[in-house]
Design a protein around this ligand. Sequence first.
Ligand SMILES: *Cc1c(COP(=O)(O)O)cnc(C)c1O
Length: 227
Amino acid sequence: MSDGGQGVNGIAERLSGVRREIARALADSGRPAGAAQLVCVSKTFPAEAVRVALEAGQRVFGENYVQEAKAKWPALRAEFPDVELHMIGPLQSNKAREAVALFDVIHSLDRPSLAAALAAEARRGAAMPRLLVQVNTGEEPQKAGIAPAHLAGFLAECREIHGLAIAGLMCIPPADEPPSPHFALLAKLAAASGLSLVSMGMSADFEQAIMLGATHVRVGSAIFGAR
Ligand SMILES: *Cc1c(COP(=O)(O)O)cnc(C)c1O
């Protein structure tokens, strides 16, 4: 761990540092305060670490794994009922039911079979989380997401065949490239599609993402330490 095994020490300070940097990036880019929301990514970190962030006032959290979120969050949510929980990791279609029950927002709608599984839950009467489509902006073969050229078709399929409302787009740029061109592309695709939510930027690059229009930044290690 980058915090030298100090456990929860420093989480509140790092969280307030990230909040200050978000506020500064918004101001520097002429965007209103509050235009980008911090999704505090707590995957792999235990409930006692999450509790420090909750006690510091953070309410929006991201998790990558349904099983981990199911184990960690019901008890925390009983104590902090105004928490908003975001699914940011790959979602298996056979976990759609649990994910819909647990999460308020899903950032990782990345393929037709998952859209069909979510639509089946909606037909059963489940309240649907807000949905973002993950875009594979780098067109990396090993990475999840819809290729930019297929986005319009996939959005139409979600709406017209599955009756799903899509609220925004998400991307994870290639690890070995400067992220800014990918952020610019995602913002452009969202604007062209009439979608208002843009989820991009992690610990290493959230300021750049905000400069380019992120409405949600997903920050984990800069707050909780190395995983
Ligand atoms: C883990 C993860 C993050 C947070 O990454 P950090 O570099 O720790 O800030 C953001 N988005 C996704 C999709 C992730 O899986």
